[in-house]
Design a protein around this ligand. Structure first.
Ligand code: SF4
Length: 325
């Protein structure tokens, strides 16, 4: 069977697609075949426009750093990335012309990275015009819209500043927006969602925050390997004490009990690690309240952390049963 992503091995592709395949009720093999079939039948490469508003380009970097499938395979072989300020070779008028030509034709997947200012359009001007206008124009002709990362989904770090930053779904209200939160975006969440759309022509089932349930259906806290320490009130207080190294990071500001994402299972950097397993508490970057509502990030002195402890003491975060732990 021809592999859907060319140079990507069967094993890596299967691993990559496992969650998406499960959601579709297909075996990984069936899903791979389906992707092949859909992409082979497509009259051309599915067009993608990637816009950047108020952002740090961290999600672009996360995407470009993807190991499986490599950025080259994804971009050059199977989708046509018509516009991306950081990755495209063209610049200036040529780049703008490519953007407007693609928008005019319609039917593309629109990925948006970064938030949109509402206090004043001048906080974010791209190509001499307000970013908001370009977003509205592109969204009107897009086949699917994906908000990529914390800033584009719910405002993220810029929402804590003076620009009145909001996510895409506060500007575009007449179409479904797929929110792939976290800061930065997890490449597998993004590519899996694009594959879901390409193979089904539909938006994947979303939770009430607009996130694909297949990636954001469970609390980080419920899959955390430090959970038994939380349940037994054993909290790390000193990062330099080797005896405490596996203890729960609640006192170091962990917001895992309030954060939905599959980070503990999927992990990051090709499954190498994730925040909690390297000793840093979860910052809650997958949630709409990130960043301002999750601070302080490294202590339990904030309202959010106090609320977590109050719920624990009230029995609202019960210990995991032995078989679940
Ligand atoms: Fe893990 Fe954080 Fe929950 Fe502790 S509070 S068990 S470190 S998710």
């Amino acid at each position: 069977m021809e592999m859907p992503f060319g140079s990507i091995s069967r094993r890596d592709f299967m691993k990559y697609c496992a969650t998406t395949a499960a959601v579709l009720g297909l075996s990984e093999l069936e899903f791979a075949a389906k992707v092949s079939e859909v992409l082979a039948a497509a009259p051309g490469k599915p067009p993608v426009i990637w816009l950047e508003g108020q952002d740090c380009a961290g999600c672009s970097i996360s995407f470009a750093g993807s190991l499986y499938p490599s950025i080259a395979s994804m971009l050059l072989q199977r989708v046509s990335l018509r516009y991306h300020e950081a990755l495209m070779a063209a610049s200036g008028h040529v780049a703008e012309a490519a953007l407007h030509e693609t928008i005019k034709k319609g039917g593309f997947v629109l990925c948006v990275e970064g938030s949109i200012p509402t206090a004043d359009d001048r906080f974010c001007m791209v190509g001499g015009r307000p970013f908001r206008e370009t977003l509205e124009e592109a969204a009107a002709k897009a086949a699917a819209i994906i908000a990529v990362g914390a800033c584009a989904t719910y405002g993220g770090i810029p929402a804590a500043g003076p620009t009145g930053a909001v996510g895409v779904n506060k500007i575009i209200t007449d179409k479904p927006i797929i929110n792939i939160s976290t800061c930065p975006v997890h490449t597998e969440h993004l590519i899996g969602t694009i594959l879901y759309y390409l193979t089904t022509g539909k938006v994947p089932p979303l939770d009430k925050q607009g996130r694909p349930k297949m990636y954001f259906g469970e609390l980080i806290h419920d899959n955390c390997r430090r959970r038994s320490y939380f349940d037994n009130d054993t909290f790390l207080s000193d990062w330099n004490d080797p005896n405490q190294k596996n203890w729960c990071l609640y006192e170091k500001g962990c917001k895992g009990p309030d954060t939905y994402s599959d980070c503990p299972v999927r992990r990051w950097n090709d499954g190498l690690n994730f925040c909690i397993d390297c000793g840093a508490g979860c910052m809650g970057c997958a949630e709409p309240e990130f960043y301002a509502g999750m601070t302080p990030l490294y202590t339990a002195e904030g309202e959010r952390s106090r609320n977590i402890m109050a719920r624990k003491k009230a029995g609202l975060i019960p210990p995991l049963k032995e078989e679940e732990a």
